[in-house]
Design a protein. Sequence first.
Length: 317
Amino acid sequence: MNPSAAVRMLVVLAIFFFSIQSADAQTQLGVTTKAVSPSVQNGPTNRKVIVESLVISDTRSIEAAQLDEIVNSVSGSVLDEDKENLEARILSQFHDRGYCTATVDNLEVKVLDPLASPRPARLEADVTEGPLCRLSQIEFSNNHAFSSTMLRAKFPAKSGDVFKRATIVGGFQALHKLYSSRGYLNSSFTPNLFVDSLVNLTIEVREGPQYRMGSLEIFGSPELAARLQTRWKLHPGSVFNPEYLGTFTDKNRLLLPPDFTVTDNVALITDCPAATVSVHLHLSSDPQHEALDRTKGVNCAKKDENQEEPAGRQSPQ
């Protein structure tokens, strides 16, 4: 690969993994990457367009049926008007179909009604899809809590399979779920992609500390609080599993208020130096205690630019 092609490949792979990171960031699933999407903005970011039509030109090998799928997926979407965002949306569709080195060589955004909101637009994209990417292997480094074999099992793709973005995203989500279930709440995973005739994916694991259960406090009716305390099975010092919050809520649904939810009525108070998580259950709206929750957490220093430790009141995932 010549130097100019290598630089282009790095930019493409940066966008590829940026799309993985963006998808997981929406659900706070802990995937991080050193690859950074290009920062140049090509239009006002505060404007939206609705894609009336998408025309894709210059592709060589992708099937017409797949192109139709891409066009139908993007058409009708309301997106930020900047070109970087629009290009990334188009590229993600190619990445989902195994064209991991696809590039948008040129994109024309033709606004049909500049006064509308969102503004209807016709997109015309010149795309080089490149060869269909296939997986060679997935390897892991710096993992200690789980074997590489166990981590590899979270990625259903086998050697020789088409390398699809959605499959990789699902694997990262499964990794974070696995680590969280064993108390590694700050786990993160940095992917490094190497493309030759096949794709080799190396994942650097940052496990972080293993969190354990601190105290349980229940605010509300003393009688109900006492009953719920006896039903709580995550004892102090045991490995903290955030999924237990949903399990506890489901098993005690008849005792809890009808509008009780993990998102709105549970606060996680983290003590990072001690690596503990205390749980507060609010059986009713209590602004005073909720305000106190936000001040009780012990702050955690960032270990590096790619990883943020929890601090203060946390909304359960």
